[in-house]
Ligand binder design. Structure first.
Ligand SMILES: Cc1cc2nc3c(=O)[nH]c(=O)nc-3n(C[C@H](O)[C@H](O)[C@H](O)COP(=O)(O)OP(=O)(O)OC[C@H]3O[C@@H](n4cnc5c(N)ncnc54)[C@H](O)[C@@H]3O)c2cc1C
Length: 359
């Protein structure tokens, strides 16, 4: 891998970026399981890669997963993140650039260029150039204003559910907007948590709600529409959560400040209800977060590999609203690096007519 200052930047406007140029065989954008798997696979194939991520560490998404039940060999996200980080560090051919965000991808006939900017004002940008790029920037949490079934609540900064402090929820009712996976993760990780979860979710979330529907702490409220309203001072207090069968996490609820939330809902069977919680959380799922430039998105904003420039391979959660799992992210990242390797040697990855089937 070489640092140079003489790179052809005519095709892309990089004037706003004070960038050092870095060349490699493969650029990897995003340091989650998909991007790390791509970098490690590339190293195994003798390809020099440069991996860029805005975080201070790799695989930060995995740090939010206290219990893992579907990844071979690992039972927690942090343990997997540590193992992946160690594997990437061992890959001499992979240069990791943390604290930098890719802002633009340019795909040309002979190369890919990626403009990165530093997360800190004192840092410097990099202009990455390589024959191929793997883009695996994952997804970001949706906010109430991003979904059509929620109105109101302007100015309400609802935290995502994965940020919830279980100890602060003890003996409390949480009003949760949406039935996305983090709720199942929270309930599995804290089977003794003495809390009540009122979960308002649209019909489209029904398949996600299956894994939590039987939990006695959960009340699922299928809704057509929900209007958010902050609770006003002087309103009657939220009733204490009814007891649940399992032992509480802590003996007493800690004296933390409450941020009550009230919502008026139209249920799927046409009824009207007022839902109230001591705390409100958003758990609305996620949307793709591609960098700008030459990535092609489908109608939902995801970037399937089949739609991309021949020199750009997308991997992980960025590909589709489906298959958003760690194992599939790692598999697709590995496959993306292999695809770049075969492309660099003009080797087809699909069977051609002149290959006879085995007898
Ligand atoms: C709370 C929670 C619980 C989950 N539980 C499970 C589970 O139990 N089992 C399971 O299989 N899956 C689970 N998942 C899903 C799993 O975490 C994802 O499928 C997986 O992390 C996807 O990997 P990825 O590399 O595609 O994306 P990510 O892990 O999201 O990584 C993307 C990376 O790209 C970086 N990035 C973003 N934008 C840019 C940019 N412009 N430039 C450079 N880098 C960028 C991000 O900083 C991030 O590090 C869970 C997810 C959450 C949030």
């Amino acid at each position: 891998m070489t640092d140079t200052t003489a790179v052809d930047t005519t095709a892309m406007d990089t004037s706003a970026v004070n960038a050092t140029a870095v060349e490699a065989d493969l650029i990897v954008v995003g340091g989650g399981p998909a991007g790390c798997a791509a970098a490690v696979m590339a190293a195994g194939l003798g390809m020099r890669s440069v991996l860029v991520d805005p975080g201070e560490a790799l695989c930060r998404t995995l740090e939010r997963i206290p219990v893992l039940g579907n990844v071979l060999g690992f039972s927690t996200g942090p343990a997997l993140a540590a193992a992946i980080t160690a594997d990437v560090a061992r890959s001499d051919l992979c240069r990791v650039e943390l604290g930098r965000r890719a802002v633009r991808i340019g795909a040309y006939e002979d190369r890919v260029e990626v403009v990165t900017v530093p997360m800190e004002a004192s840092g410097s940008g990099l202009l990455l150039t390589a024959p191929y790029a793997v883009v695996a920037t994952g997804v970001g949490p949706l906010r109430p204003e991003d979904v059509g079934w929620i109105d109101g609540g302007e100015g309400l900064a609802l935290p995502p559910l994965w940020e919830a402090d279980p100890a602060a929820l003890t003996g409390r009712t949480a009003l949760v907007l949406g039935a996305d996976r983090p709720l199942g993760t929270l309930l599995r990780a804290h089977p003794g948590l003495d809390s009540r979860f009122i979960v308002a979710c649209p019909p489209g979330d029904a398949y996600k709600a299956e894994e939590i529907a039987e939990d006695p702490r959960v009340e699922l409220v299928p809704v057509r529409h929900l209007t958010l309203a902050p609770r006003l001072p002087g309103e009657p207090p939220v009733p204490k959560a009814p007891p649940v069968p399992e032992a509480p996490l802590t003996a007493e609820a800690p004296p933390t400040a409450e941020m009550p939330l009230t919502a008026e809902v139209l249920t799927v069977d046409g009824g009207r209800r007022t839902l109230t919680g001591h705390r409100g959380f958003r758990n609305l799922g996620s949307g793709p977060t591609p960098p700008g430039g030459d990535l092609s998105a489908d109608a939902s904003g995801y970037c399937p590999p089949s739609r991309q420039h021949p020199r750009v391979f997308t991997a992980g959660d960025l590909r589709s609203a489906r298959f958003q799992r760690i194992a599939t992210a790692m598999g697709s990242g590995s496959e993306a690096a292999l695809s770049a390797y075969y492309a660099s040697r003009d080797l087809p990855t699909e069977a051609t007519d002149d290959v006879s089937p085995r007898a």
